[in-house]
Structures are given as structure tokens and as C-alpha cells.
Design a protein around this ligand. Structure first.
Ligand code: NDP
Length: 331
């Protein structure tokens, strides 16, 4: 039967992530459900409507999107579009009087992030970023271990890479992606570093390590950077030119704390100097969306607010600045 429990979510942009992860997760959520879809592809309308039982009047496109203002079935707009479109649709959603979840990276510039935060504030609506790993128990454990120095002083090492050399994909087009793997994948290594220490970096240094410079011209193909925190350093890598790999590691006084498959939707494996982490996996996206629905229902702040997205976009800009001229940047 139709599931209409809790707050209604409108997914904007029915691509790989919306279709592969978010819509299925919305069948598992308790406090929100898929009420509406917004798509620029006519053929997706009937396919999605049938599969997820979406009412005809809850189907929108990018032109008539603003009419959601008059639709009480929609409480939350979830923006799952290419990066450079996040700002426009977050602002339009706020103006239509809806709460917003915006995918990572929040935007392609710090300036846009500020406009998005202001639009939601002006509308009296909440804004959160799709940082699903803050709702994953393996990452909770990493935060606990790092922030409490359970195994003593440490440095962090993190990488998220995969192979993507397709000029037809928006991810390799600067106008839509805003940047390369740093914006898309490296952001997880950056986040992982910050929540491992529970601190903000005081300086950073970055290097463009692109292999195929004839393909990767407008965006980086590979990048490495180093962050200095008050209590340690983090060494990060990201690439669109390497086999898929995702790791978050603490090199501590007592040995290694390691998350393998660290940034995937599932299959995470964790170990510490004491042995394997015995943790039951969860559906990250279902947890994330339910948490935001509860924030709205209970009027509590999101743990992944727009301000966190702004912070990360700011650091990403600094990393690019440093990579451009190999300079060390002091915050
Ligand atoms: P896809 O390319 O698979 O889907 C993007 C969708 O956006 C398209 O299917 C299309 O939907 C719509 N769209 C509108 N205009 C354009 C355009 N000019 N070019 C391409 N697509 C357009 O991307 P993803 O789903 O992988 O990524 C979408 C967003 O989600 C990104 O910001 C990405 O960073 C983020 N993401 C987050 C993940 C996470 O784990 N948190 C994982 C994957 C992605 P339609 O046909 O309905 O109009």
C-alpha cells in the first residue's frame, strides 16, 4: 500500500543517487516518505510514479517547481542535482516555504553557500547537507575514538578515489561540477579528518597530482593535501584516475585504527589495536533523512547544517588555492 507516514519529501533530480539510494531508503524511513518528484526527464515521471506510488499532482519539473509552495504534501525538498544547480534549487525551495536537504558539496562557491543559508533563514526553514556518514555507526565510533584520543595522539590518513574519465558526465564538466574529485570524493576525506580530531585545521597545503593532464584540464584528475590540526596532522588523497578505494585511518600511539570501504553506503569494516569493530550496519540514507524529519518535528538543530556545508566549501576553496601555487595556507 501507499506509505504516507510522517513528513513528505520531494526528490529533485532523479539520477543515480536519488534512484539507487534515496528512494529505496525512503521505503525504510519512519518519519518521512517520498511524496513528490521533480524531474526534467518526462519519461521518468510515469516510471517513478508507478514504482513509488506518487500522486499525479505531486509530479513537477524544473520550470513549474515553484508551484510546490501550494502543495501541503511536501514538507522537505531534497536537492540531488549536479553541484552547480544546488544553490538555485535550495533557494527556490526555501522561497516556496519548504525545509531543504541539499546534497554534498553544498554548492560550487562559498558565496552561494551563504546565499542558501540566508534564503532558508529568511523563510524560517531548516537546511541540512546530505552528509550521510554522520548517521553511520562506524563513523560515530571513529569520532569517539579520535576525539577522546582513546589510543593516544595520532595522525590521520584518508583517501577516496575512483576511475572517472568520461567527458560526457557532469562530474568531469567544471560548469556543472564546480571542481573535480575534491568536490565529489575528497570532501569525505576532509570531513573524516575534521571529525576524527573534532577540530578545525589551522593550516593546509595541497598539490595537484593529476596524471592525465590532457584529459583533466578544467578540473583536477588527482589531488593530495595535508591539514594541520591543533592536535595532529591529516594526509588526504582523492582521484578520478585510480581504481576505487576508500579508507580512513588513524595512526595512533597504540597502533592503527582503520575503516575500510570507509565512505561507501555499506560494507564498512573497522579495526582498532584491540581488534575488529563489532558494529551492526545501518541504512545511512534512511537514518539521515529520519534524523532531519525529527529535527523539524521536534524543532531541534540538524547535526549537518548548512553552516557545515559552508565550512567545507570554504576549506575546499583554500585547498584549490594552495594547489594552484603550492603555497601553505594559514586559516
Ligand atoms: P546523476 O548524474 O546520476 O543524476 C543527476 C540528475 O540531475 C540527472 O539524472 C537529472 O535528473 C538531473 N539533472 C538536471 N540537469 C542536469 C544536467 N544539466 N546534467 C545532468 N543531470 C541533470 O548524479 P548523482 O545522482 O550521482 O549526483 C547528484 C548529486 O548527488 C550530486 O551533487 C552528488 O555530489 C550527490 N551525490 C551524493 C552522494 C552521497 O553519498 N551523499 C552519492 C552520489 C551523489 P532528471 O532526469 O530527473 O532531471
Amino acid at each position: 500500500g501507499t506509505k504516507t507516514k510522517g513528513l513528505g519529501i520531494a526528490l529533485v533530480g532523479l539520477g543515480g543517487y536519488a534512484g539507487g539510494q534515496l528512494a529505496p531508503a525512503l521505503l525504510e524511513t519512519e518519519h518521512c516518505y517520498l511524496a513528490s518528484i521533480v524531474t526534467g526527464t518526462k519519461e521518468k515521471e510515469s516510471v517513478w510514479a508507478k514504482k513509488y506510488n506518487i500522486k499525479k499532482e505531486n509530479i513537477y519539473n524544473y520550470d513549474n517547481f515553484d508551484a510546490i509552495a501550494n502543495n501541503n504534501d511536501i514538507d522537505i525538498v531534497y536537492v540531488v542535482l549536479p553541484n552547480s544547480m544546488h544553490a538555485e534549487f535550495t533557494i527556490r525551495a526555501a522561497k516556496a516555504g519548504k525545509h531543504v536537504i541539499c546534497e554534498k558539496p553544498m554548492a560550487t562557491s562559498v558565496e552561494d553557500c551563504k546565499k542558501m543559508i540566508a534564503a532558508c533563514k529568511d523563510a524560517g526553514k531548516m537546511l541540512s547537507i546530505g552528509y550521510r556518514l554522520h548517521f553511520d555507526p562506524f563513523h560515530d565510533e571513529i569520532m569517539r575514538i579520535g576525539q577522546n584520543k582513546v589510543y593516544g595522539e595520532m595522525n590521520v590518513a584518508s583517501e577516496f578515489s575512483f576511475m572517472l574519465k568520461d567527458p560526457k558526465r557532469w562530474r568531469t564538466q567544471k560548469d556543472l561540477a564546480g571542481g573535480g574529485p575534491l568536490m565529489d570524493l575528497g570532501i569525505y576525506a576532509l570531513q573524516g579528518s575534521i571529525y576524527s580530531f573534532g577540530e578545525l585545521p589551522t593550516s593546509l597545503w595541497a598539490k595537484n597530482t593529476t596524471i592525465d593532464t590532457s584529459f583533466f584540464k578544467d578540473i583536477e584528475g588527482s589531488l593530495e593535501w595535508e591539514l594541520t590540526f591543533p592536535s595532529g596532522k591529516s594526509y588526504c588523497k582523492t582521484s578520478y584516475e585510480k581504481p576505487i578505494y576508500a579508507e580512513l585511518k588513524h595512526n595512533t600511539e597504540k597502533g592503527e585504527v582503520k575503516l575500510e570501504n570507509a565512505f561507501y553506503y555499506g560494507g564498512l569494516k573497522g579495526s582498532t589495536p584491540d581488534g575488529k569493530m563489532e558494529i551492526k550496519p545501518v541504512n545511512q540514507q534512511a537514518q539521515q533523512m529520519d534524523a532531519f524529519a525529527l529535527n523539524i518535528i521536534e524543532n531541534t538543530p540538524s547535526i549537518v547544517p548548512g553552516e557545515m556545508g559552508l565550512r567545507d566549501n570554504y576549506l575546499i576553496e583554500k585547498i584549490y588555492e594552495s594547489a594552484d601555487d603550492n603555497s601553505k595556507i594559514i586559516q
